[in-house]
Design a protein around this ligand. Structure first.
Ligand SMILES: [Zn+2]
Ligand SMILES: [Zn+2]
Length: 95
């Protein structure tokens, strides 16, 4: 899998490499994050994608609950790869 897009988070000044993932893969990663913690989520991402540890971490910290910013209380994000209008944090905003 070599298909990435790169987005910059203005809030933490990180370039995030975003692999193209299927809906099932996104679900798997989100579930791991919710139920198994950071370590397992990183392992899961590295199993599914070619991302290195640094890029996997950048990805994981920008996962959010659909609609809800990962940084602030804003809860009206729509569509994937959204910048929060309130705090400028990048959100993957997977369904
Ligand atoms: Zn960020
Ligand atoms: Zn926000």
């Amino acid at each position: 899998m070599n298909d990435f897009s790169i987005k910059r988070c203005a809030r933490c000044k990180t370039d995030i490499r975003i692999p193209s993932l299927t809906t099932d893969q996104k679900k798997e990663i989100k579930t791991a994050r919710k139920k198994q913690g950071m370590g397992s989520t990183l392992a899961k991402i590295r199993e599914i994608t070619n991302l290195d540890l640094r890029d996997s971490k950048a990805l994981v910290i920008h996962i959010n609950e659909a609609g809800h910013c990962n940084r602030c209380t804003y809860d009206k994000l729509q569509g994937e790869n959204q910048i929060c209008p309130r705090c400028k944090s990048f959100n993957l905003n997977w369904e």
